[in-house]
Write a protein that binds this ligand. Sequence first.
Ligand code: C2O
Ligand code: CU
Ligand code: CU
Length: 484
Amino acid sequence: MTISRRVMLGVLAAGGVSAATYGGFRFMRGSDGEKIASGARQLQIPPLDNGVMKAGVRNYDLRLQTGISSFFDGMKTPTYGINGDYLGPTLKLTVGETVQMNVTNALGKASTLHWHGMHLPAKADGGPHQIIENGSSWHPSFEVKQKAATLWYHSHQFHKTGEQVYMGLAGLILIEDELSKKLDLPQDYGVDDIPLVLQDRRFNNDGSFDYRLSRHDQMMGMMGNNLLVNGTPNPYMIAKTNLLRLRILNGSNARSYMLKFNDGRQFQQIASDGGFLEKPLNLNSVRLSPGERAEIIVDVSDGKTIRLEDHSTGAALFNVLEIRPDEMRKKSLIIPPVLTKLDAINTDIVVKTRKFSLSMGGMMGMMGGGNDSMSINGRTMDMSRIDEVVKRGDTEIWLIDNPSNLDHPFHIHDVQFRTLDRNGRPPAPNEMGLKDTVLVPAGGQVRVLLKFEDYVDAEIPYMYHCHILEHEDAGMMGQFSVVA
Ligand code: C2O
Ligand code: CU
Ligand code: CU
């Protein structure tokens, strides 16, 4: 039996919200997992954690724990959190400082905590090699050596990343530097500088998260029919200023979003994954695949209530945030016309091009119950195999090739790269800044330019992988080390 591309696309169109018939198989969802109605709830803001200075090192105490959350009235959901029931605090870091993370695991099972987007030594990365056993602690330390940006942290436990992130092991990192403090941008956390962690979730009738992976979920990635933003369904906020800065993270396991305002208004994107764009960009929509971030500025000086919505399916699928301007608003700042200067893209100094081909394996392999068919360059992730060895100081091009029928967001640890092209054409202007995760479309190719600096470790590798966490867990991940 062969499966045609047309049938495959039919599955894609189903979007994972309903059961799909696929080559004669029906992927069962059970009777659970309906969209749950909820009145508007005030957006929760994760607490800001500035750490504590001890002997010149800024310390952050983070405890991985279990909890119970009440996302909907009368419903209790067992969850994981960091210093709380669900998600973790927003860690504020400053460039030039040395930080130490004191991570204690009280989950009842092994885990890790990875600093997504950070440039740091491999042993501090928090990937699958830095396991924190239940009841023990981990104390990585590193200097903050990159630009102001919105990053995040999350579990990276081998084969369990999808489940542990779904349960709540994730949080934001805000890096500040001299430039970001000086720029006239909204920066009052939780007031006009608003973190938004987008996560779609599916619930069982008993209130628990539904993370029973069907084969359909393994293949398509886990999609939910309820959107939580910082753990809040159907959120609203009161705007106390005319300009709001939204720091948006797609913290979903598999879903991509197309974000737009309900009245189509323009906004300005000021930053991508790794920091500021050179100039604010006027946009009507921004697409975010899993792992990606965007910082946008929206102007509500007209006093109208507006909604940021997900339009990934064409029409408005989710309310991401309703913004209700307060009568007594502070007047606008003027957004600076120039934000930063990025290095010119120079491919003359490239010493090597590496190719990475993403594969979902044979469909029949998936249907036969195998979940180990996801691979890169024909190899499924193996912790004991270092796939690529790069030299410190080298600039390389990585060509990511996606012959499969699904889009894959490709993420590389340790570096912030620049996107050269997608299918031979320059990327959109809002993808021309610093990135650590890039969408590689079905049947397409992306080339990125990267440089490996500062840290070497021949033993401990960094990861590169698809950020659809079910694909990563099923083996679409590889390892590279940086050597002197
Ligand atoms: Cu966001 Cu390897 O992870
Ligand atoms: Cu990462
Ligand atoms: Cu993928």
